[in-house]
Write a protein that binds this ligand. Structure first.
Ligand code: HSE
Length: 412
């Protein structure tokens, strides 16, 4: 059996490297007599590369080659990745992808096509990089009703926040370091504005709750507005700021889902997840809480998950691995403003004493926060728990302060 890779970037080249490095044991585990890399599709040239001879520029060579049974998609983005993957599945080839944008947007349709064609569409690497999470949810935890899933799903932002918390590094310097280390997406907006984490929570929620969760329906906020003052106030409260993705099943027809920076208590299982590491907590009715932890980004951890899927495809020729989900109706994801939370608010004030008095009148019992070097024109506090709609409505009536930063307090 032959394998083709579409996209020879960081992940694609990692796949080729791992495939070559562990080739003998990979073939053995695949139960095929042979499993060879035949094509690598990429528009760029790679002179002197170990796989230079395999590089092609015409997708049709892969599509029309009956010997290619498994296609790896590591191109990223929606187009042409979606068009190529759909064509491969329709041609009866199994597809393995690390592309979360593709799975989050088109997963329902692609899984349905794979089922119709009796081939596999596997995407272990799309969430959590090298952390096994898709297969454990769909297989090992299959006996459970899963009602909640929450996690740190983006390595780049977790790395940036860790640098800000531990080294007092500015957001921009930490982002640059993350890019230099190869963690960030091509366009770092997807990482820092939470889109990448949103795609991942959509995939996890679709898998756990059985209906496709579309990224557009999930309220998403990134970390680009978090600054060192917020980090210091969070510390004084006894927490750390993390970018959290969360999905909760409310009923068979309704879930809540959100991605946003949250202040997490230091004793939380998620608070100690630092650097590029990801952690995903799954709450099952039989098993309780299970936490999956590991490297959520990077060339070889991600390649590890892709190659494992290739082996699985090779082992299951003409057998569809049974997982997938239904489509969902509009309104499946509830309005995030109905979720209950406490809010951290940092504001500019004219008169601190008057502002504190006004905030107490509006919110009731607030917890005042302090940091070193805070100015007399600065106020930070945490509100009581209420729906976000209620808290924001109250905040609008509070004219004694000018909010600079509002961050949710996580109950994990
Ligand atoms: N840019 C992503 C991250 C890569 O930082 O988590 C893995 O999906």
């Amino acid at each position: 059996m032959y394998v083709a890779i579409m996209g020879y970037g960081v992940v694609g080249s990692g796949v080729a490297e791992l495939f070559d490095k562990n080739h003998e044991s990979i073939v053995k585990k695949s139960t095929q007599s042979q499993l060879e890399l035949k094509y690598i599709l990429d528009l760029r040239d790679f002179p002197g590369d170990a796989n230079e001879k395999l590089i092609i520029k015409d997708f049709n060579l892969i599509l029309n080659d009956p010997d290619v049974g498994i296609v790896v998609e590591t191109m990223g983005g929606l187009h042409p990745a979606y068009d190529y993957v759909l064509a491969c599945l329709k041609a009866g080839k199994s597809v393995v992808t690390s592309n979360k944008e593709l799975v989050a947007s088109k997963g329902y349709e692609l899984l349905k096509t794979a089922t119709e064609k009796n081939v596999n569409f596997l995407f272990e690497a799309s969430v959590g990089g090298g952390i096994p999470i898709i297969r454990p949810i769909s297989q090992c935890l299959a006996a459970n009703e899963i009602n909640e899933i929450v996690g740190i799903l983006n390595g780049t932002t977790n790395f940036i926040l860790t640098m800000m918390i531990e080294n007092s590094m500015s957001f921009q310097d930490a982002l640059k370091l993350a890019q230099d280390n190869g963690y960030a997406e091509k366009d770092p907006t997807a990482d820092i504005e939470g889109l990448d984490a949103c795609r991942k929570i959509c995939i996890l929620a679709s898998l756990c709750f059985g209906k496709h969760v579309y990224p557009e329906s999930v309220f998403t906020q990134g970390i680009s507005k978090i600054n060192l003052e917020d980090v210091e106030y969070a510390e004084s409260w006894g927490g750390v700021i993390k970018l959290i993705g969360r999905a909760v099943k409310l009923s068979d027809d309704k879930i809540s889902a959100m991605v946003s920076p949250c202040i997490v208590q230091k004793h939380s299982q998620l608070a100690g997840v630092d650097d590029v590491f990801n952690a995903i907590l799954v709450r099952g009715d039989a098993i309780g809480d299970v936490v999956f932890y590991g490297r959520g980004a990077g060339k070889m951890p991600t390649a590890s998950a892709v190659v494992a899927d290739v082996i699985d495809c090779a082992k299951h020729v003409e057998t569809k691995k049974l997982f997938g989900w239904d489509d969902s109706e509009a309104g499946y994801v509830s309005d995030y403003l109905d979720d209950k939370t406490a809010l951290y608010i940092r504001a500019k004030v004219e008169n601190r004493a008057l502002a504190i008095d006004a905030a107490q009148k509006v919110f009731g019992e607030i917890k005042l926060l302090n940091r070193e070097k805070e100015s007399a024109q600065e106020l930070a506090f945490v509100t009581p728990v209420a729906t976000e709609r209620e808290l924001l409505t109250r905040l609008e009536t509070l004219h004694a302060i000018e909010p600079l930063s509002v961050i949710r307090i996580s109950d994990y």
